[in-house]
Design a protein around this ligand. Structure first.
Ligand SMILES: *Cc1c(COP(=O)(O)O)cnc(C)c1O
Length: 221
């Protein structure tokens, strides 16, 4: 099936409160253009250099989401244009994002990554560190970022129950902040969870933003 058909099929089954991030990493500009022409405006990339090249080459009404792990010294390259950074896992990184957003006189949305998977390889904050970060005094001074939600990645496994439990953990943590008094730059509304293999489970567990690559663009090399 074509990219356009894949997107149409996917959008047809998505509840309206769930936003689709089309993960276009490693894919050529033509593939993104095909998605763009059928209405897709949100694209996710995991390498800053590649994303910046695509931003330069494509229409400027695209919302660029950085979904990969970010090194502090590279934030400056996407400061002028990135819409949302999904995998923020330290105050140091938030501070740098704020600094680079300020330089361009803009605001950048940040999602804090909670570690929900069992594997050691997955980045993310522990629940304790997430709570401490959201309640820290230092956070209040960052006027050029908005913390708009949480993000998580489930363990890469066939065990559907395990995936479900991990997504439920993210949802529960998200809910636990409701009604708490947080900094003015913090308005938690997004739960970014679910990829090609597990977005259906993620939606059942309360996801509001799925990041889907191979089910749209085909397998990556
Ligand atoms: C690559 C990637 C995705 C998309 O993966 P697919 O299985 O191709 O849908 C989603 N989230 C993150 C963080 C990724 O790196």
């Amino acid at each position: 099936m074509s990219i356009a058909e894949n997107i149409k099929q996917l959008k047809a089954i998505l509840p309206k409160e769930v936003t689709l991030v089309a993960v276009s990493k490693t894919k050529p500009i033509e593939d993104l253009q095909e998605a763009y022409h059928c209405g897709q405006r949100i694209f996710g990339e995991n390498k800053i250099q590649e994303m910046t090249q695509k931003w330069e080459d494509l229409p400027k009404d695209i919302e660029w989401h950085m979904i990969g792990h970010v090194q502090t010294n590279k934030v400056k390259y996407m400061g002028p244009y990135v819409n949302t950074i999904h995998a923020v896992d330290s105050f140091k990184l938030l501070k740098e994002i704020n600094k680079q957003a300020q330089k361009s006189n803009r605001s950048i949305n940040c999602l804090l990554q909670l570690k929900i998977a069992e594997e050691d390889s997955k980045f993310g904050l522990s629940k304790e560190d997430l709570i401490a970060l959201l309640h820290s005094e230092d956070l209040k001074s960052l006027a050029h970022i908005k913390i708009t939600g949480l993000m998580g990645m489930a363990t890469f496994t066939d065990n559907q129950n395990q995936i479900k439990e991990e997504f439920q953990k993210l949802k529960k943590t998200f809910e636990s902040f409701k009604g708490q008094s947080l900094a003015t730059n913090t308005q938690l509304k997004t739960i970014s969870m679910g990829m090609s293999g597990d977005y259906k489970i993620a939606i059942d567990c309360g996801s509001t933003m799925i990041r889907v690559g191979s089910s749209i663009f085909g397998a990556r090399n």
